[in-house]
Write a new protein. Structure first.
Length: 378
């Protein structure tokens, strides 16, 4: 099983039509392939959150990278380009991966459990994580990633035809296809489709505040509680992510956190304890926290998989810090995949991998003590 439980698939146009008609999951997995440059040119639309500078460059204001982009150049994400003094996004309506996933695969455990999420991505990312699971699409420019045309309204139609109850922006980094996410979310208003992003949280406050108005849930990949790890392993910084997490929680959007424990790099137990205490103090006890198992990939193939014992220790640390819902991921069948009532220890939701075996939550509450279980259950 893969780290963070997320692995996309590329698609063909025929696959997209088939999914829209029959609700079938899209297959056609493969390495990135070149697409026509003209297709990428046609995809370019004006980006949000930027301003001109006096020297012909544009300043991207979307994420903490703060890229100053010269004429004809692109930002760190490789998908936002300065064209004649205007910042353009090259990936609007150009998904490279579409699939119908269990919401548990994100993983989101307290948001509409047992339902399907119509999941999509475009090329690009604003971080450079050396352990990226989906580097084939996140670490390549869009002209080197196979993609297709699908506008916001078409995505909504496809999701409904596929029997999904949720649209999830995932696999790569939704921040870099911000405008596409925004427009799909608006197109989905009033349809009953949940709108979810799986993100690294590396985004400026103003665009995040605007996006949260149309989101129902957010899962943040919380890389570490160490600035050093963010700098050396991800080419980013910790502080902006902490700010994003606090903002999401303050706005009342459902939030879950996932920490991929990479052996020798971010699995220090004292640091994990500090992280858990921060979560308890800043977010409260009810934000679910997932510790997931690393498997060698991308630029970190020399490290072993995370020992299950490490996940179990992290799980115990989280509970001892006062957190009510702490999970161990990428270990199918482990008891820590399940949801228990923190007050009387009743088994509420039993899971095996991505499957919900049983769900005994009644009207959003524990059937034994009748205390409310935080989450979105209907």
């Amino acid at each position: 099983m893969e780290p963070n439980n997320e692995k996309p698939r590329t698609l063909t146009r025929r696959d997209m039509i088939k999914m829209a008609a029959a609700g079938a999951a899209l297959a056609c997995a493969g390495r990135p392939r070149l697409v026509l440059a003209q297709a990428q040119a046609d995809a370019a639309v004006t980006a949000a959150f930027w301003e001109k500078t006096d020297d012909g460059r544009v300043a991207c204001l979307l994420c903490p990278n703060g890229c100053l982009i010269g004429p004809g150049k692109r930002g760190t994400c490789q998908v936002r380009e300065n064209r004649n003094g205007e910042l353009k996004t090259l990936v609007h309506s150009r998904p490279c991966s579409l699939n119908n996933d269990p919401i548990e695969k994100k993983p989101l455990f307290h948001y509409r459990p047992g339902t399907l999420a119509f999941s999509l991505a475009t090329a690009g990312c604003n971080l450079r994580c050396k352990f990226c699971q989906n580097w084939e699409i996140s670490q390549f420019p869009p002209e080197q990633v196979q993609s297709q045309q699908a506008g916001p309204e078409e995505i909504v139609r496809m999701a409904r035809s596929a029997g999904s109850r949720i649209i999830a922006f995932t696999y790569s980094e939704p921040v870099v296809f911000y405008e596409y996410v925004r427009d799909i979310c608006k197109a989905a208003r009033g349809t009953g489709l949940g709108r979810v992003i799986v993100s690294n949280g590396y985004i400026e406050r103003k665009p995040l505040e605007a996006l949260l108005q149309d989101l129902d849930a957010v899962k943040i990949d919380f890389k570490s509680f160490s600035e050093g790890f963010y700098t050396t392993a991800c080419s980013g910084h910790l502080k902006p992510v902490l700010g994003s997490i606090e903002l999401i929680r303050s706005k009342g959007v459902w939030l879950e956190l996932v920490v991929l424990l990479v052996p020798t790099l971010n699995d220090d137990l004292r640091q994990i304890e500090m992280m858990c205490r921060w979560i308890f103090q800043k977010l409260g006890p009810d934000v679910p926290l997932h510790f997931t198992r690393f498997h060698p990939t991308y630029k970190m193939t020399d490290l072993p998989p995370t020992p299950i014992a490490t996940l179990e220790k992290a799980h115990e640390i989280g509970l001892n810090a006062g957190l009510h819902y702490v999970y161990a991921g990428n270990v199918p069948g482990h008891p820590s995949e399940n949801t228990y009532c923190p007050y009387d220890k009743t088994l509420l939701i039993q899971r095996v991998g991505f499957e919900v075996v049983k769900n005994d939550i009644q009207n959003g509450a524990c059937p034994t003590c009748h205390r409310k279980v935080p989450g979105v259950w209907t």
